[in-house]
Design a protein around this ligand. Structure first.
Ligand SMILES: N[C@@H](CCC(=O)N[C@@H](CS)C(=O)NCC(=O)O)C(=O)O
Length: 213
């Protein structure tokens, strides 16, 4: 059984998207980061960086003691390799998908986090930094739209962990001051992913977790 310790933020939802596909026995363990639960000693044992998401796999691939994994990219890779799903097995196909996982973790994710910071007062006091963040986001959306003009999904013809990594971030496009009408390939991709029952379940669960606090 896999415990998912998370809060339904963009990073947390990446892992829920995978687990809701129903390939593994799992349980959600909410960690309310607005109440500081990410600093609880038990959580820090599996996520020493005090950030969600983290998993605890009580029956790890290869056997042995329960395995804790933190960092959303590492968790997605682990789950894909454990199940043999949502990541091609051949090295070239795997690289085509993982490059987009790392692109999200190193580019789209951090810049979208900055967009949440550079609003209101912060934006007024730091116009140069604000412009830089939003310009970079525009560039990243263009890169993504270009890729999705060539392939159905980020890593190629199939839905993979590359798409699970970016989808929750892209749902915040309005906060990034981006209209998906300017990025028709991204828009088509969002609709294709939104239609998956597992994705709908992940967001229904997110709603319930937020309500329960
Ligand atoms: N690079 C990390 C980022 C995780 C992250 O930023 N998590 C945020 C929520 S989206 C968090 O736990 N923040 C709580 C804190 O910083 O104390 C990943 O991809 O897992």
């Amino acid at each position: 059984m896999i415990e998912l310790h998370y809060w339904p933020t963009t990073n947390g939802q990446k892992i829920a998207l995978f687990l809701e596909e129903g390939l593994l026995d799992w349980e959600a363990r909410p960690v309310n980061i607005s109440k500081g639960r990410q600093f609880d000693a038990e959580f820090l044992k599996i996520s020493p960086n005090n950030k969600i998401p983290a998993i605890l796999d009580r029956a790890p691939a290869g056997g042995g003691a329960p395995l804790g994994v933190f960092e959303s990219g590492a968790i997605l890779l682990y789950l894909a390799e454990k199940t043999g799903r949502f990541l091609p097995a051949d090295p070239a196909g795997k690289a085509r998908a993982t490059q987009w996982v790392f692109w999200q973790i190193g580019g789209l994710g951090p810049n979208s986090g900055q967009a949440n910071v550079f609003t209101g007062d912060m934006a007024e006091k730091n116009p140069g930094a604000t412009e830089r963040v939003f310009n970079e986001l525009q560039r990243l959306y263009k890169v993504m739209d270009g890729q999705l003009g060539r392939t159905a999904f980020l890593g190629g013809a199939d839905y993979t962990i590359a798409d699970m990594a970016s989808y929750p971030t892209i749902l915040n496009h309005e906060r990034h001051k981006i209209s998906l009408d300017d990025h028709p390939n991204v828009k088509r991709w969002v609709e294709a992913i939104r239609a998956r029952p597992a994705v709908q379940r992940a967001y229904e669960r997110a709603e319930a977790i937020r309500k329960a606090g």
